[in-house]
Design a protein around this ligand. Structure first.
Ligand code: CO8
Length: 258
């Protein structure tokens, strides 16, 4: 199906999903989030894709959920439609690594979408925020939970209660983003990171994603056991034999996802 609010490009085992409602600063309409969820599912199921990048444009990753769409909704509307729940779940289900490449505004649902990705690379122009309080509401797609886990209670409360924006430098210092790069280099740096990931064993990559995600769900002792089980189980893969043999033989590993 052709998408109208996102652009999908697949090359060199990387699927780039670009949010494409520039006039609305990539506000997350129901159509956009639906198309994005579908595109993530398709990329996850596509054997040629080994890493996914979600990005926007120079001015905005996404300035939040579409306020004009939400303005007329009642409690009954959002509750019965399970507003954005299925779309968010579809993105969270993805087993392949997802990088968010963020330039400009990542606000409200836009910041939450970036945090749903496995890590965030930010341009030095990026601005993050959870300004929903200015609209008389609050985060609804994970912001109060994920931002708090990433930056701690004090800064998360500050962001949510004042609605202020955080620049890229503060976001990196606080642990929200993994690295900050000059805006002009955002896609080159992101694609280079994605490219590195595509060379790895996808079985190891998925296991790492599972284990790191569980760090937010489990106690330390349970998480350590979970990690050890996954670590041991990777010894059942050909990629483990190949990776270690390649190191010993001083050559590049050729992983086959087996
Ligand atoms: N929704 C709809 N339209 C938007 C949005 C948005 N979130 N953000 C910007 N736009 C539109 C503007 O209305 C404007 O359209 P037009 O040209 O037709 O008037 C166009 O984009 C450009 O915006 P501005 O003129 O305002 O541009 P500025 O550069 O002056 O300002 C800002 C940029 C600061 C980003 C400003 O647009 C702004 O504050 N936007 C709203 C940010 C916001 O409040 N985001 C949070 C939204 S609520 C949310 O995300 C809740 C998510 C929870 C989902 C839960 C599901 C279960």
């Amino acid at each position: 199906m052709a998408f109208e609010t996102i652009v999908v490009e697949i090359s060199d085992h990387i699927a780039v999903l670009r949010l494409n409602r520039p006039k609305q600063l990539n506000a997350l309409s129901q159509q956009l989030l639906g198309e994005l969820a579908q595109a993530v599912g398709e990329a996850d199921a596509n054997d040629k894709v080994r890493c996914i990048v979600i990005t926007g444009n120079e001015k905005a990753f996404a300035a939040g959920a579409d306020i004009s769409e939400m303005a007329e909704q009642s409690f009954a509307d959002v509750y019965t439609k399970n507003f954005f729940v299925d779309e968010a779940a579809a993105i969270n289900r993805c087993r392949k690594p997802i990088i968010a490449a963020v330039a400009g505004y990542a606000l409200g649902g836009g910041c939450e979408l970036a945090m749903m990705c496995d890590f965030i690379i930010a341009a030095d122009t990026a601005k993050f925020g959870q300004p929903e309080i200015n609209l008389g509401v609050m985060a609804g797609m994970g912001g109060s939970q994920r931002l708090t886990r990433l930056v701690g209670k004090s800064k998360s409360m500050d962001m949510h209660l004042t609605g202020r924006f955080m620049d890229a430098e503060e976001a990196e210092r606080s642990g929200l983003v993994s690295r900050v790069v000059p805006a002009k280099k955002l896609m080159d740096e992101t694609m280079a990171a994605a490219d590195k990931i595509t060379e790895k064993s996808m079985i190891a990559a998925s296991a790492i994603k599972e284990a790191v995600d569980q760090a937010e769900e489990m106690s330390l002792s349970q998480g350590l056991i979970f990690e050890r089980r996954l670590f041991h189980s990777l010894f059942a893969t050909e990629d483990q034999s190949e990776g270690m043999a390649a190191f010993v033989e001083k050559r590049e590993a050729q992983f086959r996802d087996k």
